[in-house]
Design a protein around this ligand. Structure first.
Ligand SMILES: *Cc1c(COP(=O)(O)O)cnc(C)c1O
Length: 430
């Protein structure tokens, strides 16, 4: 018996589970090769940007207090701008998470009387309270500031509702927000190419409207980013793809110079802008994480494809399905029952390098509609570029699975999730 298999068996994986997953994995060679090609291209893109900006050891020094003249911060922002093909970037530890980065951009750009439009359906759960479209909005929503909101859903077949978008665009529309990843919605993730076409259409109707992309989970999945196909700005979290698993906190906004200035003035203060903001020792992790991000994203992508193939072969509905092209690292698997969602997540947790001895349970989370179970044995708390899974405990009982700093860990985690499903008599292994 080969020694890897022995290792798996010693970890509590049954022979039939191992063999089944191993067969699935052996069938994915060609797809994995393509992912490696994308990763290599993106790796070059990042290294070339770091070379161009003459990144040096001084960039890893730390600033405190006001954080004036932080060389590393300035170079890091130049590197991000270069990689995303934008005029400027704001990459800061003061941006707490993705929702904060998006809120920052929205409240930096929008003014009372302006309207925000989403042409791709409902945005990510945590943004509902930010925009003010919940039944019980938290204080401080955009709505409270007199900013209105309009939403055009995708058509039944997943295509853009071009007529609806045309009707929705009006003299008040200042900003259009396009969410690349599906988040918790059942729709497909948008490819960068489709985002480009949508932006071109919107600008053909209203040339001066600002187009923003929520780029969460999409960075480095393709060889181009939305800012290279017409987006005025892209926004994301550093504890997802671009942090490469090393960034301990942070978010980014990349885009036109004027827009980044608005965001900086909102993050700090009008007039202070980008000039302040201590980095508190995070610079090296930001650089090194960005350097690793293309290969980390590739590992996560392989894990997602592996999961789709394992679970679809067993008869579960997967989004994306096992053969379709990928535009983010999220994998949804509809498991059909609360027990299966719990077993899946507990399996992922049990295969983690951190906190493998604890069993996650569903609980109420701020910003979410129902109880959610979250598996995360991560080095950085809440990091979802690390192997993690979460499942809202509500029909259709789907888990959303993402991350994996290495493909090997993703493989182990998914194999363990299946083992837990088997242990709970929720699947039969063929
Ligand atoms: C994760 C995510 C967010 C919010 O990010 P947090 O870091 O969890 O606040 C927003 N939009 C999308 C599409 C996401 O995946």
């Amino acid at each position: 018996m080969d020694s890897l298999k022995e290792m798996y068996l010693s970890a509590g994986i049954d022979q039939d589970v191992y063999d089944f997953c191993d067969r699935i994995q052996k069938g994915l060679k060609d797809r994995f090769e393509k992912i490696d090609q994308t990763a290599e291209y993106n790796q070059m893109k990042v290294i070339r940007a770091m070379e161009k900006q003459r990144v040096s050891a001084e960039c890893f020094e730390s600033s405190t207090g006001y954080g004036y003249d932080d060389l590393g911060r300035e170079k890091l922002e130049a590197v991000y701008a270069d990689v995303f093909g934008t005029e400027a970037a704001l990459v800061r530890p003061q941006i707490t998470c993705g929702t904060h980065a998006l809120t920052l951009a929205l409240s930096a750009i929008l003014r009372p009387g302006d309207e925000l439009l989403t042409p791709v359906g409902k945005p990510y759960d945590t943004l509902e309270g930010v925009i003010g479209i919940k039944d019980d909005n938290p204080p401080g929503s955009l709505k409270e500031f007199g900013i209105s909101y309009r939403q055009v859903d995708l058509l039944e077949d997943g295509e853009f509702d071009l007529e609806g978008i045309k009707e929705a665009l009006n003299e008040k529309t200042k900003l259009v927000t396009i969410q690349r990843s599906k988040g918790y919605a059942p729709r497909k993730t948008l490819s960068v190419e489709r985002i480009g076409k949508l932006i071109a259409y919107i600008k053909s109707i209203k040339p001066d409207v600002i187009c923003m992309v929520d780029n969460c989970y999409g960075e480095f999945v393709e060889t181009i980013e939305p800012t290279q196909v017409g987006a005025d700005l892209c926004v994301g979290s550093l504890i997802k793809n671009p942090g490469g698993g090393l960034a301990p906190i942070g978010g980014y906004v990349v885009g036109k110079e004027k827009i980044i200035e608005l965001c900086a003035n909102r993050l700090t203060a009008p007039g202070l802008g980008k000039e302040v903001g201590a980095t508190l020792g995070a610079n090296r992790a930001f650089f090194q994480g960005f350097f690793l991000a293309p290969t980390v994203t590739a590992g996560a992508l392989k894990g997602a494809i592996f999961a789709a193939n394992v679970y679809e072969t067993l008869g579960f509905v997967t989004v994306p399905n096992k053969t379709e092209s990928r535009h983010d690292i999220i994998q949804a698997v509809t498991l059909g029952s609360a027990e299966a969602v719990i077993a899946f997540c507990q399996g992922i947790q049990a295969a983690s390098p951190v906190d493998s001895h604890v069993a996650p349970e569903p609980y109420a989370m701020p910003g979410y509609h129902s109880d959610v179970i979250m598996a995360a044995g991560a080095f950085i708390q809440g990091s979802s570029i690390e192997l993690s899974a979460d499942g809202p405990i509500e029909p259709p009982y789907a888990v959303y699975f993402q991350g994996g700093l290495t493909w090997y860990h993703a493989r182990y985690g998914i194999t363990m999730s299946l083992q837990y499903m088997k242990n709970a008599n929720l699947v039969t292994i063929p």
